[in-house]
Ligand binder design. Structure first.
Ligand code: NAD
Length: 351
């Protein structure tokens, strides 16, 4: 039970990490929650508004690529558990800069594993290294079938290859050094605080500004989508009750073809913005496909459902509607993250 211990969460200024940090700070007043983040373009302390003043919360600006600094922090704060989310997370960026992904996602993870192993060497009992990963490690599915925890790894992008590698290292530390660990692999997340390079916030922002909606290929790519708050709840459950040395798949039981998702988003936004029916759909443009693009991902989340009793709390329609409302209510957040470097990224990506 970690409710009164020192918990390190990496990547807590990012999209998913910020929701996890918020939940843990609120739910575990007797624990100390340390949020370690390098604040790359994807990290944003605004995501932690409201909890950053709480006594059980500490922010540590540090880079997981810096082994020495990471070791020092483990010694100083005596973390009992790690929930590791810090990563380079965007597939398109991994295509143009694969080395950055190998560095942070593989070496950065190894640095944390080493620090935990060294710090915990005399007493592994009551310690936990929880590694957060993606369903993209399983590669691509045809028109049917689902990824289970037993599906073999078959990553296709530099991003998924780097995440697959980090998953293997975590398992290897468990087998080789008895490091207590658990891993979860989740499908695509959406919700508040997501950086607008990812599909849903990108399209919400573009609809607001009446800019084109660039859909890859023919729009038939299929993904499973999960509301980020439901992912954070699953992470908390696995953290508390997951079996050591196990992997859990997390998914929304919610598959959408990209083109159908975009149409639903347009419909909801037309209603919310008081625009004419069908107006936003006219912004859809089909753009050249991403290389190595996986046709379909779909998760079988029955293990976490059966063993830990987890299931998503909202339908996709509800989650998407809440998400759009959040972006409409937080225009300042969007303005701050889309100024400066984002503009150059956007022009290069969708020129
Ligand atoms: P994100 O890009 O929004 O956030 C990543 C965070 O990590 C940022 O705050 C960034 O500053 C930090 N970071 C990056 N490099 C760092 C470094 N070298 N040292 C310290 N901090 C660093 O990512 P996200 O979407 O919130 O994803 C979080 C985790 O969940 C990742 O491991 C990702 O692979 C995994 N995941 C994401 C999804 C998804 O749909 N977004 C789905 C499944 C799994």
């Amino acid at each position: 039970d970690f409710k009164s211990k020192n918990i390190l969460i990496t990547g807590g200024a990012g999209f998913i990490g910020s929701h996890v940090v918020r939940k843990f700070v609120n739910d575990y007043p007797d624990a100390q929650i340390y949020n370690l983040d390098a604040l790359t373009y994807a990290g944003n302390l605004e995501n932690l508004k409201g909890i950053d003043q709480k006594e059980n919360y500490t922010f540590l600006k540090a880079d997981i690529n810096n082994a020495e600094e990471i070791n020092k922090l483990f010694k100083k704060f005596e973390f009992d558990a790690v929930i590791h989310l810090a990563a380079e997370s965007h597939v398109d960026r991994s295509i143009s800069d694969p080395l950055a992904f190998a560095k942070t996602n593989i070496i950065g993870t190894l640095n944390l594993l080493e620090a935990a192993k060294n710090q915990w060497k005399n007493k592994l009992e009551g310690k936990l290294f929880y590694h957060i990963s993606t369903d993209e490690v399983y590669g691509s599915l045809g028109n049917d079938g689902l990824f289970t925890e037993k599906t073999s790894y078959d990553p296709n992008s530099p991003y998924s290859a780097s995440k697959a590698s980090s998953d293997h290292f975590v398992r290897a530390y468990g087998e080789t050094y008895n490091l207590p660990y658990v891993i979860s692999n989740c499908s695509n997340n959406y919700g508040p605080n997501q950086f607008p390079e990812k599909l849903i916030p990108l399209f919400i922002n573009n609809v607001i500004n009446k800019k084109n909606l660039p859909v890859y290929g023919d729009g038939n790519y299929t993904r499973d989508w999960l509301y980020v708050i439901d992912h954070a709840a699953a992470i908390q459950l696995i953290f508390q009750k997951g079996k050591l040395g196990e992997t859990y798949n997390i998914g929304g039981f919610n598959e959408w073809k990209n083109i159908d998702l975009v149409k639903l988003l347009c419909q909801q936004m037309d209603e919310k913005l008081g625009r004419e029916k069908g107006e936003s759909e006219q912004l859809i443009t089909f753009v050249k496909d991403r290389p190595g693009h996986d046709l379909r991902y779909a998760i079988d989340a029955s293990k976490i459902n059966n063993e830990l009793g987890w299931k998503p709390s909202v339908t996709f329609e509800e989650g998407l509607s809440k998400t759009i409302d959040w972006y409409l209510e937080n225009k300042e957040w969007m303005k701050n993250v889309t100024s400066g470097a984002y503009q150059q990224y956007y022009e290069k990506q969708y020129k």
